[in-house]
Every structure is written in C-alpha cells, then in structure tokens.
Design a protein around this ligand. Sequence first.
Ligand SMILES: CCCCCCCC/C=C\CCCCCCCC(=O)N[C@@H](COP(=O)(O)O)[C@H](O)/C=C/CCCCCCCCCCCCC
Length: 218
Amino acid sequence: MQTMAGSEDQKFSLQEVLDTFKLCLSENKEVYLEQYVAGWRGLVKFLNSLGSVFGFISKDAVGKIQILVNYMNGENASHYATVQSMVKYEVDNNLVDVNKKGSHPESGCRTLLRLHRALRWLELFLDRLRTSTEDSKTSALCAEAYNESLAQHHPWMIRKAAGMAFLVLPGRQTFFEVMNVGPPEQVVAKLGEALPLISEVYQITEDLYAQHNMLDLP
Ligand SMILES: CCCCCCCC/C=C\CCCCCCCC(=O)N[C@@H](COP(=O)(O)O)[C@H](O)/C=C/CCCCCCCCCCCCC
C-alpha cells in the first residue's frame, strides 16, 4: 500500500540517504557517480510518497538519474566512475555543449549540473528543517530554500508549479516521522550529521564546475 511513508520496499530512510552521501567521496575527494545517483534515488523515494502533485518534479529527477545511469553502464563506463573523470572525459572529447544546445544536449556534465543545483536546494531546506520550531511551516521553509537556489535557474512556469506543489507539503511533524530516525531530537541530530556531508559533496562539485567554467551549461 502507498502511504505517506511509501510502500514497504519503497520506504524512505534518512539514514540510508546519509550512508550513500557518506560513501560518495573517495579518499582523494572525488565524487563517486554511483553513490551520488543512489543518494538521489533515495530522495526520489521520499518525493514519490508525497503524492502525484510532485510527479512532475520526480519525473524530471528520474529522467536525469537515468541519463547518468545510461552513461555509467554504457560503452564508456570507465570514464563515468566519478564526477571528476566524467568532466575530464566529456571536456577532453568535446562532448559538452558549452554556450548553446547543440549536438550534446544531454551530456553527463549538463545533466549532473541540474542535480547539483538541486543539491544546494536540499542543503538549504534540510538546514531550515534542522533549525525549525514546532510551528514552522514546511511549505515556507521549502519555498525559501528554493527561491535562494534552484528558482534562479527555472523559468516562470516551473517556479509557479513548484510554488503550488510546496503548498501541499505535509507538516513538520509528519516530515520528521517519515525520515524514520526516531523522535524529533534524533532527527535534528541526524540532520546535523547529514548536512556537512551534503555540503562537502556540493562544494567539491561546485569548485570543479567553476574551474571548467561550466556553472551555466545550457
Ligand atoms: C530528508 C528528507 C527531506 C527532503 C527530501 C527531499 C526529496 C526531494 C527529492 C527530489 C528533489 C527533486 C530534484 C529536482 C531536480 C530538478 C532539476 C531541474 O532543475 N530541472 C529543471 C531543468 O532541467 P532542464 O529543462 O534544463 O533539463 C526542469 O525544468 C525541472 C522540472 C521540474 C521542476 C523542479 C522543481 C524543483 C523543486 C525543488 C524540489 C522540491 C521537492 C519538495 C519535496 C520536499
């Protein structure tokens, strides 16, 4: 049965997402694509449990995850082990449309950039949840985080649709329950543990894209 927390096999667990983001970084701080994608899959499970209003967001995220998975399983799989190796391979082989869409509209680099921007939204949203109080509205926390991050890359129509979807987000208590961590104090502690990991993955990717002038890929 599909519930707010998802069906049994689809059950969201913040710990699981935390574990995948922990495994994302190699010793020399490269970002493993497999774990990055697994982290997003875990988050999409949560999104799917929120209902069909969020279907258009989930569909876009799943589509982008699938593009990356196809590269990771394709004939050039060895180049898609880490974000760093993917960037090097695609840049060295002119596989990225840099200024306008051309012959590589779905490069790994531009696809990952979309998820990377969403990771910033997640970081801001989770931080707001962590420091929220019992009467905080998740819709407001989510909208603030969105306006500070992803919204700056979205056209009016998408911003409008996202804003409407945020209005039906469940309350803070339900959110905390769905994370499957325990009482609110433990959720707050777990979020405190998750955030530095997410921030580090975000910052490493941001710096890499900045070095290659790829923060505005079409
Ligand atoms: C710890 C538990 C609480 C947090 C759980 C959060 C679960 C969130 C799961 C997934 C987030 C969705 C990621 C969305 C990626 C969007 C990528 C993007 O920007 N795509 C746009 C641009 O793509 P191209 O056209 O250039 O290919 C695309 O136009 C977007 C379409 C869909 C709208 C995206 C709105 C995003 C809103 C932010 C997420 C809100 C989720 C709320 C749930 C708490």
